[in-house]
Design a protein around this ligand. Structure first.
Ligand SMILES: *Cc1c(COP(=O)(O)O)cnc(C)c1O
Length: 364
């Protein structure tokens, strides 16, 4: 049996033809750049996240960069973030000219508010938590810290579209919420896309301009921006896929529940906090003999990943350049392994993964 980590094919024939129809509509109206689907998507995503506005972007990477830029983060500033993320989170900070400061994580793999508190200096301007694996960070404490020290709190919610935290949604908890909507994410375009959520009209206007080379009214350049606009075609795909989002999140949560019941005896399985809904972008376990387990699963046709290797402060560009004190991250990262959890997995495949993980620990 081959169990893929991800399967980006569109195998369902109804979905296949309905996607082609959605794309066909755009081909017919011809408003390929910033067409009506963009605003429709922006309205629906804002409502979904409990926000007033959202701004469609070309990727999660550019969303993070422009979010920081729209808040005036620049050279000389410090932004506190996590070492356990895709490198785009820290790259966004570096691109503004500011310095990332890497805070340690907790057992749940998300940034530790206490570590954040201890790293605040006169230069600190913002905190950039990442809702890792689709689990929302300890936002109550982070919000308190941010308001006490007058820092911007910006969510990297790239992995957490649809995640809930005590009645609020991912993207609804910071001054700005940034999402990647690329093909690998739970809410996914057919290629690259991103979106930023906010309640601030001023920031929304600023982001609309920054994603369009800093133009206001499509003519006058008031600030140097980028070309960060979302494609109408991707917006059309996303509008279609928004309809099946809840079903897909539920399927991931069902699989996570089966994994938890059958694997928690042999490995550390993720815990969900009461009052929260995790979306399981990845199902990240912590395992003894992680590398041998990974090899064993590979030999049995099961694709797994270690996301994201290495920790950001150990990336060649970052090593030794920025402040990082992350002993728990270093330790936990030696144990993490992401098992397949995408919504196309069959019950048989899930059972197969479980039997191979359990089999490994029986032998050891
Ligand atoms: C995917 C991802 C990004 C980058 O998003 P792109 O759309 O690929 O640019 C940033 N941060 C995190 C946590 C991600 O998972």
């Amino acid at each position: 049996m081959l169990v893929r980590f991800l399967d980006l094919r569109v195998t369902d024939s109804k979905e296949h033809s309905e996607l082609l129809q959605a794309i066909g509509k755009v081909l017919s109206h011809g408003r390929i750049m910033l067409g009506p689907e963009v605003e429709e998507l922006e309205g629906k995503v804002a409502a979904y996240c409990g926000r007033k506005y959202s701004v469609g972007m070309s990727s999660g990477t550019e969303s993070l960069f422009l979010a920081l830029k729209s808040l005036g983060i620049r050279h000389g500033d410090e932004v506190i973030t996590t070492p356990l993320s895709f490198v785009a989170s820290a790259n966004a900070i570096v691109r503004t000219g500011a310095s990332p400061v890497f805070a340690d994580i907790r057992e749940d793999l998300n940034i530790d508010p206490e570590a954040v508190r201890s790293l605040i200096t006169a230069k600190t301007k913002a905190i950039l938590p990442v809702h890792w694996t689709g689990k929302i960070c300890e936002m109550t404490e982070l919000t308190e810290i941010a308001s006490k020290h007058e820092l911007f709190l910006i969510e990297d919610a790239s992995q957490a579209f649809g995640a809930k935290y005590h009645g609020k949604s991912a993207g609804g908890l910071g001054v700005l919420g940034c999402f990647s909507l690329n093909s690998m994410k739970v809410f996914a375009a057919l290629g690259e896309a991103g979106i930023i959520t906010t309640d601030s009209l001023e920031l929304k206007e600023k982001l609309l301009s920054l994603r369009y080379n800093g133009l206001v009214g499509r003519e006058a350049c008031h600030e140097v921006g980028i070309n960060g606009k979302i494609d109408t075609l991707q917006a059309a795909v996303l509008l279609y896929r928004l309809q099946s989002l809840e079903k897909n999140i539920q399927r991931r949560r069902d699989i996570s529940e089966i994994y938890r019941k059958q694997l928690s005896e042999v490995v550390e399985t993720p815990l969900e906090q009461a009052g929260c809904r995790d979306t399981y972008y990845t199902y990240t376990i912590r395992a003894e003999n992680r590398d041998q387990l990974k090899l064993h699963l590979e030999q049995n046709g099961i694709e797994t990943k270690i996301q994201h290797k290495p920790l950001i402060h150990h990336q060649p560009y970052y090593e030794g350049k920025y402040y990082a004190q992350c002993p728990l991250a270093e330790k936990l990262f030696e144990q993490v392994l992401c098992l397949p959890i995408h919504e196309k997995l069959t019950d048989e495949e899930v059972a197969y993964v479980i039997s191979k993980v359990r089999g490994f620990y029986k032998r050891h």
